[in-house]
Design a binder for this molecule. Structure first.
Ligand code: NAP
Length: 276
């Protein structure tokens, strides 16, 4: 049976350390979250972030806009937050309404307040091998989880499934910087199961069941499941068939309870880092 990569346990440990640090800070950091539109899951994510921040002693404000908000309104608000000395970190909850250019909005955030590490400045630093202000939350959480279980990356074949700016691309880059050999897969990849067979580490960030019981994996394979979606019965699922693969992999992260809690832990860590 695989060892479970327990994101909840590590998140709690990180929160304990952070809380102690924050208790000793005379001025607490402030996280500003912009929520535009009426996507129910976005609202749940934002509420969770706010609750978590407050529990730790991070101030948090949520600025809400209706789905018909204009780009100009969002850009003006971001400018105001950039100039506000009391604001430490800015997060724009994605997805944004369709008529909004998300790249333009994200890039309006001052790089030193870009808590998700998604601006061109911070991702450019990451991709050129320099240190960004902070690393993107989900990839950072994944690496923290692998490190916690002392999983070596150097020389390993890491297969990243999904190539989004949010997860796939930055995590691949971070693995590369840790001297893994990285293969990136996406919806046009032809021989995914052949590639999976050769993986020492699989990071799957798709949002569909792409790794199932028919997949042959190495016996020492480490599986990190980033995906979250609801199946036909409404049950929350990951990209990986946990039942089947937890019998054959060496390590596996569950959904829920794996990468999700690590993403929020990284968000809190990044907020405190930007405060410095
Ligand atoms: P995204 O932007 O929708 O990207 C999905 C990626 O999956 C795309 O690169 C797509 O390829 C690829 N893909 C689609 N079908 C595929 C297939 N059959 N085989 C291989 N690749 C395929 O998603 P995202 O923002 O990266 O999120 C991915 C998943 O992770 C979602 O379920 C999301 O909810 C979850 N997520 C979880 C957390 C967390 O904290 N746990 C954080 C972020 C995201 P193309 O590029 O070719 O279209």
């Amino acid at each position: 049976m695989a060892i479970i990569l327990d994101g909840k346990k590590l998140r709690d440990k990180i929160f304990e350390d952070l809380k102690a640090k924050l208790d000793n800070m005379p001025v607490k950091p402030t996280l500003a979250v912009i929520l535009a539109g009426d996507e129910p899951s976005s609202r749940i994510y934002v509420n969770n972030k706010k609750k978590c921040a407050e529990k730790l002693g991070i101030n948090s404000i949520v600025i809400e806009y209706p789905a018909h908000v204009t780009e100009e309104e969002l850009l003006n608000k971001i400018q105001e937050l950039n100039n506000d000395k009391n604001i430490t970190a800015i997060l724009v909850q994605l997805p944004l309404p369709e008529h909004i250019d998300k790249f333009k909005i994200i890039d309006a955030i001052s790089p030193g307040k870009d808590v998700d590490g998604l601006t061109t400045y911070n991702s450019g630093k990451l991709f050129s091998g320099e240190k960004p202000y902070v690393y993107p939350c989900t990839p950072k959480g994944i690496l923290l989880l692998l490190d916690e279980y002392d999983i070596k990356l150097e020389g390993k074949h890491a297969v990243v499934i999904g190539r989004s700016n949010l997860v796939g691309k930055p995590v691949a880059q971070m693995l590369l910087q840790r001297n893994a050999t990285v293969t990136m897969c996406h919806s046009h990849t032809k021989n995914l199961s052949d590639i999976i067979k050769t993986a020492d580490i699989i990071i799957s960030a798709v949002g569909k069941n792409v790794v199932g019981e028919k997949n042959i994996i190495k016996s020492d394979c480490v599986i990190v499941d980033v995906g979250i979606f609801r199946d036909e019965s409404g049950k929350v699922r990951g990209d990986v068939d946990f039942e089947a693969l937890s019998k054959t992999a060496a390590y596996i992260s569950p959904v829920p309870g794996g990468v999700g809690p690590m993403t929020i832990a990284s968000l809190m860590l990044n907020t405190v880092e930007l405060h410095k």
